[in-house]
Design a protein around this ligand. Structure first.
Ligand SMILES: Cc1cc2nc3c(=O)[nH]c(=O)nc-3n(C[C@H](O)[C@H](O)[C@H](O)COP(=O)(O)OP(=O)(O)OC[C@H]3O[C@@H](n4cnc5c(N)ncnc54)[C@H](O)[C@@H]3O)c2cc1C
Length: 408
């Protein structure tokens, strides 16, 4: 197990510099255009694929970095470049993690490479869990998966919403109800292979921010998939359901939810994205405050402006420390006894929202225009208190973990 360290090692520093170069030279110049177009920036993803920055190999390498900081550092640098394009590049990872967490080795080997495609033919993947009536309350999910034993096929029906890359993905990972009596314990995850009949894109959302990332409904109408597309396999599912039914019957003790443990480990990565956006806006504001002259002196000469910048930087560094702590804990297998993963996402998300608003204020009228990037960064940051668990849900998880009480 790696010791917690604040110094990146030489290899990490080199990787960070390489990502920073791509973020500064390729993502930044393209950011405003794709934000306006509200479309997936395929040419930028392709550029990333050409240099190996959009590839299964690269993310696997960072994912298995024993210090835990590989993914955090990657996310911060990419989202420093641009959040909308950044999400288009890393959105596939959410689906890939869904397969890595629940799939068999064979399923991982078959499907994860198809999620990325290759440099000449890039693909993306989508993770579809949220539904119109099941956002924060995952147990209200209605999409059904029914097993057709005669054909060894699963049949999926329902409507998913808010799916990043939904409908344009090569591979969709869909969470569905297999036993409605068991609430969230009766859910399972499925692969919907490329070109499967019955899966279609519903409404594509026009969003406030991260507009270069595609977000849409996914409609599933009698989608038939082979039995082998149930992640983890039927035997494992049957065992899990039997245990859950047994516990439900005996009114048994609450078991630790495996999905919750996965979220604790993945939330710091989302926190790191928020840190990247906050740092980008802070840097623009700092430069601006040193050069913009009013009343015969740079505006940073006013404590009112300088102290804001001091607070912004302090909060960004604090957010990064929480993200790195939780990332290191996940990689070292340390239990999240105070929901440290949720803490990092909560704090970093809130900091991104506050810091980007302060940056806009420091730029005055310019901050409010699309001539300067902080307006976009502010819109992009707003999602970080909403997706991957809202700030309220993070607080709920932290409070329940700390107290052991079923706080509602
Ligand atoms: C751009 C974008 C991309 C997304 N990508 C994906 C994706 O790829 N895959 C996917 O499955 N989902 C995705 N989501 C869905 C996202 O995770 C949900 O929007 C989020 O979980 C919140 O659900 P909701 O929107 O239904 O809000 P609701 O759950 O309806 O919440 C509304 C408000 O009520 C509050 N609230 C709800 N319950 C409580 C409570 N118990 N205590 C206190 N406050 C509460 C919430 O905090 C929030 O402020 C995405 C969403 C967006 C906007």
């Amino acid at each position: 197990m790696a010791e917690f360290a604040l110094d990146l090692n030489d290899e990490q520093k080199a990787v960070r510099e390489w990502i920073h170069g791509f973020a500064a030279d390729v993502m930044r110049p393209a950011a405003a255009e794709w934000d306006e177009r509200e479309e997936t920036p395929w040419p930028v993803i392709q550029e990333a694929a050409k240099i190996g920055l959009y590839s299964l190999d690269f993310y696997a390498q960072q994912f298995f970095d024993p210090t835990g900081l590989g993914i955090a550092m990657t996310m911060e640098e990419l989202f420093w470049g641009d959040a909308g394009i950044g999400l288009s590049i890393v959105g596939t990872g959410l689906a890939a993690v869904g397969v890595l967490a629940n799939g068999t080795e064979e399923q991982i080997g078959t499907w994860v490479p198809q999620m990325y495609g290759d440099a000449n033919d890039v693909k993306v993947a989508a993770f579809c869990s949220s539904e119109p009536d099941a956002g924060s309350d995952v147990s209200a999910m209605r999409t059904r998966a029914v097993y057709d034993e005669a054909k060894d096929e699963w049949v999926l029906n329902g409507t998913k919403t808010w799916a990043t890359n939904g409908g344009i993905a090569n591979v969709h990972v869909v969470v569905a109800v297999v036993d409605p009596e068991l609430g969230s314990k009766g859910h399972a995850s499925f692969i919907v292979p490329p070109g499967t009949k019955g899966l279609s894109q519903g409404q594509k959302f026009k969003k406030h921010g991260i507009r270069a990332s595609h977000t849409a409904e996914v409609v599933l109408e009698d989608v038939r998939i082979p039995g082998s597309c149930l992640l983890g396999g039927k035997d494992k599912l049957d065992e899990r359901l039997a245990r859950a039914r047994e516990r439900a019957k005996s009114g048994g003790e609450r078991v630790k939810n495996a999905a919750m443990a996965t979220f604790e480990a993945s939330r710091p990565a989302v926190g790191a994205q928020a840190v990247g956006i906050a740092r980008a806006a802070y840097e623009v504001a700092l430069d601006y405050a040193k050069t913009r002259v009013q009343f015969g002196r740079p505006i940073i000469d006013n404590q009112g402006v300088a102290f804001q910048l001091a607070d912004m930087r302090t909060q960004i560094d604090a957010a990064r420390l929480l993200v790195w702590r939780a990332s290191w804990m996940a990689a070292s297998g340390k239990p999240f006894t105070a929901a440290e993963g949720s803490m990092s996402k909560l704090y970093a998300g809130e900091v991104a929202k506050t810091v980007t608003a302060q940056a806009m204020q420091i730029l005055g009228g310019n901050g409010y225009t699309r001539e300067y990037p902080v307006e976009r960064m502010h819109r992009d940051a707003a999602i970080y208190t909403i997706f991957e668990g809202t700030s309220e849900i993070q607080r709920l998880v932290i409070a329940r973990t700390l107290s052991g009480m079923p706080i509602r």
